[in-house]
Design a protein around this ligand. Structure first.
Ligand code: FES
Ligand code: FES
Length: 178
């Protein structure tokens, strides 16, 4: 029979975030996104819905992009997390960040960290995505401002910077996000 865990029980965790090791004691129910924002002050990871719909909270966990509102902090124990704050290196934007800057891939910016993390994950898996593949990869990320077109251009820009040629224009435009 399972043993009930009292609400006040705190569980020790050790998590590497953007290359820095953190030790903490957290409630079992604490979501990873709240650990990042509230415990570590890494507020670049946003909370848009808390129900796995919007993608504003996407981070890497052990190299895989995850929606951090659907991960308990204790599930990340012993793991490596990378957030939007960890993308720039030596003061230089990552190509995906640069693409959003160059191609005006944002307006209010609320969706942007999650969009960039999901786009980064796509380009690691597929350095030369077609427009259709870009739109498909961002289905789990919602944007209420841009209409998505400049987000797609930003990712095509990044792919070009990273050495891919992108299949820009090789497929019909399709709405993403839903
Ligand atoms: Fe995680 Fe919306 S806050 S998907
Ligand atoms: Fe405002 Fe995407 S830029 S939600």
């Amino acid at each position: 029979m399972a043993t009930a865990v009292p609400m006040a029980t705190r569980i020790p965790v050790r998590i590497s975030v953007n290359g820095t090791e953190y030790a903490a004691e957290v409630e079992p129910r604490l979501l990873l996104v709240h650990f990042l924002r509230d415990n570590l002050g890494l507020t670049g990871t946003h909370v848009g819905c808390d129900t796995s719909q919007c993608g504003a909270c996407v981070v890497y966990l052990d190299g895989r992009s995850v929606k951090s509102c659907t991960v308990l902090t204790v599930q990340a124990d012993g793991g490596e997390v990378q957030t939007i704050e960890g993308l720039a290196k030596n003061g230089a934007y990552d190509p995906v960040q640069q693409g959003f800057w160059e191609m005006h891939g944002l307006q209010c910016g609320y969706c942007t960290p999650g969009m960039i993390m999901s786009a980064h994950s796509l380009l690691r898996r597929n350095p030369n995505p077609t427009e259709e593949e870009i739109r498909h990869a961002l289905e789990g990320n919602l944007c209420r401002c841009t209409g998505y077109q400049n987000i797609v251009k930003a990712i095509q820009y990044a792919a070009n910077q990273m050495g891919g040629t992108t299949g820009a224009g090789t497929s019909d435009s399709q709405p993403i996000g839903g």
